[in-house]
Design a protein around this ligand. Structure first.
Ligand code: ADP
Length: 188
């Protein structure tokens, strides 16, 4: 199936949705944030992540390329947290099949509440009020243009991220199932 991309501000629920969708379609959930947290980063990069900045595009592209080469990605995958800049989106466009893109739309107010709640549960170092503010600024500056890019270029849907978790998942699954099955298209 086509790659699935979930875009949304920090705290929009894209990680949760990506996990549910990956289980439902039996395809991998690739979160660049998780990949970074699982990597041994040099001090400068760690500093960027801890303060809510974006790490350099080239590093992310290398990481994503290495992950997508793995065998489990051949029948599709869900990207969460990537692409986060227009350069990342253009690089993806040049090298991979065209994706179905979902934007989880949530207000800044809801985001702050959710992330501060998550901070108590998960203890992520970058879940403080200051870094969340910084990540929202980075989102507006670098990732909002990615939304405009996909609005023009691709199969793109906006979802109200305040809906119930399960309703969002069902809605995405329905859209994907009505759109996708490329394995059959190939032999038609
Ligand atoms: P959230 O969506 O809640 O901000 P993520 O787990 O997606 O959290 O990302 C955590 C951090 O990892 C980001 O603030 C950023 O520093 C870094 N990061 C993740 N994905 C990317 C990316 N595609 N490009 C640059 N930096 C990234």
């Amino acid at each position: 199936m086509k790659p699935i991309i979930l875009i949304g501000p920090p705290g929009s629920g894209k990680g949760t949705q990506a996990t549910l969708l990956a289980a439902s379609f039996a395809i991998p959930h690739i979160s660049t944030g998780d990949l970074l947290r699982a990597s041994k980063l040099d001090d400068a990069t760690q500093e960027i992540v801890d303060h809510g900045g974006l790490v350099p595009d080239a590093m992310i592209m290398d990481m994503v390329a290495a992950r997508l080469k793995q065998d489990d990605c051949k029948d599709g995958y869900i990207l969460d947290g990537f692409p986060r800049t227009v350069d990342q989106a253009q690089w993806f466009y040049a090298h991979y099949p065209s994706p179905i893109v979902f934007l989880l739309d949530v207000s800044d107010e809801v985001i702050l509440q959710r992330i501060l709640h998550r901070a108590q549960i998960e203890g992520r170092k970058d879940d403080t009020i200051e870094t969340v503010r910084e990540r929202l600024i980075e989102y507006q500056r670098f990732t909002a243009p990615v939304v405009d890019y996909y609005r023009k270029e691709g199969t793109f849907y906006t979802i109200d991220g305040r809906m119930q978790l399960d309703d969002i998942t069902d809605w995405i699954i329905n859209l994907i199932e009505s759109k996708v099955d490329t394995r059959y298209e190939a032999s038609a």
